[in-house]
Design a protein around this ligand. Structure first.
Ligand code: ADP
Ligand code: MG
Length: 682
């Protein structure tokens, strides 16, 4: 006879045949353990309330006396409603059930009943959802509600979970080390399962949820910290012994003094370069905080130690801009800088590739395709990604397969709130530039309605009259690129009408070829035209310090982080800059976004608000989010638990032989099994 295990298939439960098995499989429930961890997404409060406590549209349980036999009436095709009158205290109310005529038998005149449903305060009536048994004291206060599919019912799922719990409760063990359960006053795993599915009281439900949240964060953090530890193992990295003398000399040649924050992060990164540990670091800083120069300095450091470096940008415009800046910056130094993008083809491309493989190029700038498309390095020591992208585990694997173990630095466009950084970038060390170069004048942002555009434009004109330049950002049309273009062209025509002949207007949109985009940008930079009408192509990184005004049409169509990025294109020079948002937001969320933009210039505050309004995926952008999905926990609402879980995981992973300690046995086995799963996914 085989012994029972939580890993038994749900097929062992009574009533689970092939059909139910398939339905459960679709919910990703295979084992008893999966089923026990399939938690409800909400609870209906079944506590009986007094009529005067109930607010309109609230879902609530009411208790009353049936005054008269219920009446079933038909309407429409095959539809019916059951009306029953109840006396509650001294008020008479009507409860209506749709299409459940059989409930008639549950309402004996004169009997006391409890019904659960949605209260309509105006009509003094309830749309009934359930008739509850009145069994005094033992009836639960909550009903667990699960997300189910067409092929399996709430009630069936509840029965199965109950059956699984009754049969297997004894086998449920604590994954969390007992010391943590005590320290954070958590409950046992068995209590978690019980309290999540069948809470008798609010207190029981709360305790279970609190533990489930901590556990989910902790297991996630353990996985991340273990990954980090493996990646940082000394034999995995390079010790880049750069020439400090040369680095200092180079810094002397810069046209400005580095900010304190820049110096600090350069030191942090250089320490990592020197150390034999593998560097995997995130550099974050608000728009305009001067990340590029930091990248240049640390690349130069690696080059002085004889290594090659790569800088990757999300767009060709940005790559080219970096290339030009860096080439200029290193003009008087012995540094070979090269550009490799999709537009560089044929012989030119071949020449760069062979120089790179021969070690003749020290610094290669390109788009993110750089590390993937048959590019070989002689001695790659440091790889940097600029804006938006990070090295995923997969990209690191690509590099490793090519035999490279460069130190890695990811620079992010979006300042990331701490809680989000812990989750999405938990395996990375973080350096933060929390200060803008001196002398920057904060951008003044205002929000106007669309009927005030004329005023806004004449304000822009006064800026142009001072010799400044302006961006006009066209609305975001998410459905189609061709609509985007049509829109941009329409705005372009209007702006020409508004500003010509005194000022020239240019147009930049996503459907231009890369060299065309580049031409437009260069012309704008050279002040050949003063107004640039643009779609979001200008969103990241573009640097034209003479532009001091920006007007964004339909600003409420953009997310907060995106607006902040757009706004970051101005305020880059010595003159005051102005951003005007034109929007007629249709909902509270839109209003809050506009108000946030007006209220703050601080990217960290903006992204914190964005996180609250839209959630993590949107703040980081789909592609790069890498945000794990949590079942119970919410990294925003539960950030304290998240921070505690991170600290505990870090501490445990640093403890020698933690896997061998009896208290951690279950945890270690669990993480091992999970690790196997990951590897099977490759
Ligand atoms: P971001 O962090 O948004 O990528 P950039 O690297 O593009 O910012 O820098 C923005 C501008 O600030 C650039 O024109 C750059 O030359 C300038 N800059 C960078 N560091 C300093 C500094 N310490 N003092 C003055 N200007 C600086
Ligand atoms: Mg930048």
């Amino acid at each position: 006879m085989t012994s029972k295990s939580l890993l038994d298939s749900v097929a062992v439960l009574p009533g689970v045949g092939p059909k139910k098995l398939q339905a459960l499989h679709e919910l990703k429930i295979e084992t008893i353990n999966d089923l026990l961890h399939y938690f409800p997404f909400r609870y209906d409060d079944l506590k009986v309330k007094a009529l005067d406590e109930v607010i309109d549209q609230e879902k609530v349980t009411l208790k009353g006396i049936v005054v008269a036999p219920p009446v079933v009436s038909r309407f429409g095709r095959g539809k019916n409603r059951l009306n029953v009158r109840l006396l509650i205290d001294h008020a008479a109310i009507v409860v209506t059930f749709f299409n459940q005529p059989w409930l008639k038998d549950k309402f004996d005149t004169g009997a006391e009943v409890a019904v659960y449903g949605k209260w309509d305060a105006k009509r003094k009536s309830m749309t009934g959802m359930k008739v509850l048994a009145i069994k005094n004291d033992v009836s639960p206060e909550f009903a667990s509600i699960y997300s189910v599919s067409k092929s399996i019912h709430q009630t069936t799922l509840v029965k199965l979970i109950r059956a699984a719990y009754d049969d297997y409760a004894d086998l449920i063990v604590d994954v969390l080390p007992p010391a943590l359960i005590t320290k954070y006053r958590l409950v046992t795993e068995q209590q978690v399962i019980h309290g999540m599915h069948f809470p008798k009281t609010q207190a029981e439900a709360d305790a279970a949820r609190r533990t489930a949240i901590f556990e989910e964060f902790f297991l996630f953090q353990m996985a991340i910290q273990l990954l980090k530890k493996r990646e940082q193992a000394p034999e995995q990295g390079l010790a880049i012994h750069y020439d400090n003398q040369k680095l200092r000399a180079f810094i002397q040649t810069l046209p400005f003094e580095l900010t304190k924050a820049q110096k600090r992060v350069v030191n942090e990164i250089c320490r990592d370069l020197k150390s034999p540990q593998h560097m995997n670091r995130l550099l974050q800083g608000d728009v305009g905080s001067g990340k590029t120069i930091v990248a240049a300095l640390v690349m130069y450091a690696a080059i002085t130690a004889g290594y090659q470096t790569a800088l990757m940008a999300p767009t060709e415009i940005l790559a080219e801009q970096h290339y030009k800046n860096l080439q200029q910056l290193f003009a008087d130094f012995d540094v070979q800088v090269a550009l490799l993008t999709g537009s560089i083809k044929g012989k030119a491309r071949q020449a760069i590739l062979s120089d790179l493989a021969a070690g003749k190029i020290d610094m290669i700038i390109g788009t993110h395709a750089l590390i993937q498309t048959g590019v070989d390095f002689a001695k790659l020591g440091l790889a940097i990604t600029d804006e938006q992208h990070r090295f995923g585990v997969n990209q690191r694997r690509v590099l490793r397969q090519k035999g490279y173990r460069p130190d890695i630095l990811a620079m992010t466009a979006t300042p990331i709130p701490r809680t989000l950084a812990i989750t999405a970038f938990g395996e990375m060390d973080v350096s933060t530039i929390d200060e803008l170069p001196a002398g920057r004048i904060p951008i003044k942002t205002s929000w106007v309605r669309s009927n005030q555009v004329a005023n806004a434009l004449s304000f822009i004109e006064t800026e142009l009259a001072k010799g400044s330049q302006a961006y006009i950002v066209t609305p975001l049309i998410e459905e189609s690129e061709s609509m985007d273009l049509k829109n941009a062209q329409a705005v372009f025509t209007k702006m020409q009408a508004a500003f010509a002949p005194t000022y020239q207007v240019g147009l930049l949109h996503g459907q231009l070829k890369n060299d065309e985009k580049d031409q437009v940008m260069q012309a704008f930079k050279a002040n050949q035209f003063q107004v640039l009408v643009a779609t979001t192509v200008i969103e990241v990184g573009v640097d034209v310090p003479n532009a001091t005004a920006m007007l964004i049409f339909d600003a409420d169509r953009f997310g907060l982080s995106q607006l902040h990025q757009l706004r970051g294109r101005i305020g880059r020079g010595q003159a005051a800059s102005f951003c005007i948002l034109v929007a007629d937001p249709k909902n509270q969320n839109g209003i809050e976004r506009m108000e946030t933009m007006v209220a703050t210039n601080d990217g960290f505050q903006v992204s914190q608000k964005d996180l609250e309004l839209r959630g993590p995926g949107d703040v980081l952008g789909e592609k790069q989010s890498g945000m794990p999905e949590f079942k119970v926990a919410d990294p925003v609402a539960d950030y304290r638990a998240l921070e505690a879980a991170q600290i505990e995981a870090q501490t445990l992973v640093m403890t020698a032989d933690w896997q061998q300690q009896p208290a951690n046995k279950v945890l270690a086995a669990y993480l091992d099994a999970q690790e196997q799963n990951y590897q099977n996914l490759d």
